[in-house]
Design a protein around this ligand. Structure first.
Ligand SMILES: Cc1cc2nc3c(=O)[nH]c(=O)nc-3n(C[C@H](O)[C@H](O)[C@H](O)COP(=O)(O)O)c2cc1C
Length: 230
């Protein structure tokens, strides 16, 4: 007999989960293909200014927002910016922090570790990319009666959502960069965000510039990143 489509669990509605099922060969092929496809993703720092339709950005953000989150609080807000003068203000503010970073805040070791990426204090991609998406973490929520309650596992939840967003951007045929100008307080200020939101990561989103270059890098092998216990 077919199980009912829904049942009540401790006073709450639960619905039947409909799994996607594949046979083992198909699973092997799908998992291999997914890795091959994901392994082509790169952080790009040279962006074309070619426009990207807003609906694509909406779909990318909706994809990010399917991420699991502590107690399903979805403790994130994504700000998507295409306004040219706002992007200029963001670039200017980011470069002020980055200049301090490179000249004062970063240790020599940190700068040595970054050297192979070829980065510096200049961030033209913040103006050139057609969209900037800033992910904010929502540290707490304010109830209707004005009282505050904290969200749970906020960093883990927002980190997972950002990872899923990076995949969604790659899937759409676009590129991004995980950019963390530090400190990031200027983002909440320029975007007029409420006190419960803290900037998490800034993502330029768009097309790679023609003839863009990326650092040559190797990724760790399965033995370097995984220990099996069989
Ligand atoms: C949390 C985080 C912060 C990062 N911050 C920056 C950044 O501020 N600027 C930058 O150019 N790249 C930044 N990156 C990108 C890394 O340098 C990049 O992911 C790494 O070099 C691997 O390259 P790939 O993304 O092409 O695989 C960041 C990545 C992560 C995960």
């Amino acid at each position: 007999m077919k199980a009912p489509d829904a049942k009540n669990v401790k006073g709450f509605d639960h619905i039947t989960y409909e799994p996607l099922r594949y046979d083992e060969n198909e699973m092997l092929e799908r998992s291999r293909d997914y890795f091959d496809w994901l392994n082509k993703r790169r952080s790009v720092r040279e962006f074309s200014n070619k426009p990207v339709p807003k609906e694509i950005i909406e779909n990318i953000i909706l994809s990010a927002s399917t991420a699991p989150s502590g107690a399903h609080k979805q403790p994130w807000t994504f700000c998507a910016i295409s306004n040219a003068s706002l992007k200029s203000s963001l670039r200017k503010a980011a470069e002020i922090e980055e200049k301090l970073g490179y000249e004062v805040r970063m240790s020599d070791r940190w700068k040595e570790d970054l050297a192979h990426l070829g980065t510096d204090m200049y961030k033209p991609f913040i103006e050139n990319a057609p969209w900037i998406i800033v992910a904010f973490k929502r540290v707490y929520e304010i109830d209707e009666d004005g009282s505050r309650h904290n969200n749970y596992y906020v960093n883990e939840s927002v980190g997972i959502a950002c990872g899923m967003m990076i995949s969604a951007i790659h899937n759409a045929g676009l590129v991004t960069l995980t950019h963390t100008p530090s400190p990031m307080n200027f983002l909440a200020k320029l975007l007029d965000r409420p006190a419960n939101e803290r900037a998490f990561i800034l993502f330029p989103v768009g097309y790679a510039e023609d003839n863009a270059y990326v650092p040559k890098l190797d990724r760790k092998s399965i033995d370097q990143v995984c220990h099996f216990y069989e």
